[in-house]
Design a protein around this ligand. Structure first.
Ligand code: KG4
Ligand code: ZN
Length: 353
């Protein structure tokens, strides 16, 4: 039995959790900074790291008391050391080092992307068995879009990734273009509910023969449409000039068409990879896996079982970091006190210490 205190500060959520044996969540505390960053229309890195410094001590204390645990009950301290914002990662890593050193506990460095993947191992219902191997996992977040073959615990092969924007980044940027709120994913999902996904014909980059993704062409296509509605439009005969304000933009239809273009490609590629590698099941993870249309379409179109994490485990949290840490701990993959942050850490480099 292992009880791990996990800390996650890679982006704009300050989080701590106590997780037992890699699946049992004793506590999972997340202090979101979203209301602060909304003012800037995106994440302001310096503000994010300052905010982590302010929030982390209370978040850790709340995670311990929420778990009914004491410092002496812990077997290890785990922390995200990449990928993410350098200044944000540093706050968590330094806190974890301090706690591990003062309590004489092992320190475990965790890859944030592995964390998202392992959100599928956290049990909120003990009737449900853990995922089977091999599985194919689509990790879709604000900074990453990766298709991963999971052969066993800590044994991953990245099959493809985005060549430009991450899926979540595309949601955030397109929402901004359309005058919607930050973060863009939930805002687009809400707007799309009243829209027609066939209203606009938008491009889908299929990149045949690869498991890679690209969303920049789609984003530019939306930009052109928005510009068309914002700009001065001349009538065909050039006799009159019509000025259309942004509020004339058919937001619901454009949001629905954009969302379906992203979902189509994500689902198609994931199902192809699952078939190619004969995966026992398909997993999805990361902030964008909270998207209702993605969850629905993946389940409807896949020819094998699809596992989606509960909504509270899709976006950044520390329980998922504790889930990976359990397996690193069992494998003896502990970090040293000179553990440093790696802002561009890749999933294939997971177990560096
Ligand atoms: O995993 P996450 O919390 O942080 C990163 O590691 O990046 O993902 C955040 C991303 C944001 O881009 C946000 O717009 C997107 O996840 N997101 C969604 C939804 N909820 C969050 N995208 C689409 N639909 C949603 N319902
Ligand atoms: Zn994340």
């Amino acid at each position: 039995m292992t009880k791990i205190l996990a800390i996650e500060t890679s982006c704009d959520e300050t989080a701590a959790a106590v997780v037992e044996d890699g699946y049992h969540i004793h506590s999972n505390v997340v202090a979101s900074q979203v209301d602060i960053h909304r003012r800037y229309g995106g994440i302001f890195p310096e503000v994010a790291s300052r905010q982590h410094i302010l929030a982390l001590p209370t978040v850790i204390q709340d995670a311990l008391s929420g778990a009914g645990a004491d410092w002496k009950d812990l077997d290890a301290v785990a922390v995200t050391y990449g990928p993410g914002l350098a200044g944000s990662l540093l706050v968590g890593v330094n806190a974890a080092k301090g706690i591990a050193l003062s309590l004489g506990l092992p320190l475990i460095g965790v890859n944030h992307l592995a964390g998202h993947l392992y959100s599928n191992w956290l049990k909120t219902n003990h009737e449900v068995p853990v995922p089977s191997f091999p599985s194919v996992c689509l990790i879709v977040s604000g900074g990453h879009t990766e298709l991963v073959l999971v052969r066993g615990h800590l044994d991953y092969q990245v099959l493809g990734r985005t060549l430009d924007d991450a899926a979540g980044e595309a949601f955030d940027k397109v929402a901004r273009l359309m005058g919607l709120d930050y973060p863009g994913g939930p805002a687009i999902q809400a707007a799309a509910e009243k829209g027609n996904a066939k209203a606009f014909e938008l491009p889908r980059a299929r990149l045949r023969g690869t498991f890679d993704f690209s969303f920049s062409g789609l984003k530019t296509a939306v930009l052109r449409i928005v510009q068309r509605y914002m700009n001065t439009i001349q009538s065909p005969a050039n006799t009159a000039v019509i000025q259309l304000p942004l509020h004339s933009l058919p937001v619901a239809n454009l949001a629905a068409s954009f969302q379906m273009a992203v979902v189509d490609v994500l689902v198609e590629k994931t199902c192809e990879a699952a078939k190619h590698f004969d995966a026992a099941e398909i997993l999805i993870a990361g902030g964008v896996s909270a998207n209702a249309s993605l969850r629905h379409e993946m389940t409807a179109r896949a020819d094998r079982p699809v596992r989606v994490p509960p909504l509270f485990l899709c976006t950044d949290n520390a329980a998922m970091i504790g889930a990976v840490a359990h397996h690193l701990f069992l494998a003896g993959e502990c970090a040293r006190q000179d553990l440093d942050v790696i802002p561009n850490l890749r999933l294939d480099e997971n177990t560096k210490s």
